[in-house]
Design a protein around this ligand. Structure first.
Ligand SMILES: [Zn+2]
Length: 147
């Protein structure tokens, strides 16, 4: 399975100042699409990183010390619900149970087909700005290890 958004993997990651996990860079486009009004009016253009940990209150931080809380994101609730695919509203729990009932392929193939037809919108729907297919693979690996 290939990842949809043909962008190369970001090389320069940063450590979250609040929870110390590795964070990948995001574009300003992602920030503008993710942050609620009126806070989106006050964004300072900078190099930002997204913290993927669900329990960390920090969503984005910049190398110059700006921090933006997850509570300011349009996807705040989806993050708490452990959304797997933000483009098509698929939760991790849904995909995990589909793996158990052997119906996961249909879901994954749907996502792959949509992304191949450029009908996904990872850069703006996903708070990480990244394609979700890598996370599908991660859940598949975890499932294989658990059986
Ligand atoms: Zn964090």
């Amino acid at each position: 399975m290939s990842d949809c958004c043909v962008k190369p993997k970001p090389k320069s990651s940063q450590i979250c100042p609040q929870c110390n996990v590795n964070c990948n860079p995001v574009t300003m486009r992602t920030l503008y699409q993710q942050i609620r009004f009126p806070e989106n009016q006050q964004l300072v253009p900078d190099k930002y990183y997204f913290c993927p940990s669900r329990d960390c209150p920090t969503a984005y931080f910049s190398s110059t010390g700006t921090r933006i809380a997850k509570s300011l994101l349009i996807t705040q609730q989806a993050i708490q619900n452990e959304t797997l695919c933000y483009c098509f509203d698929i939760s991790s729990a849904c995909y995990q149970s589909a793996l158990k009932t052997l119906t996961a392929d249909a879901i994954k193939n749907f996502v792959i087909q949509r992304t191949k037809s450029s009908e996904c919108a990872c850069e703006i729907r996903n708070p990480s700005g990244q394609c979700c297919l890598a996370k599908f693979k991660q859940l598949e690996r975890e499932h294989r290890l658990a059986i």
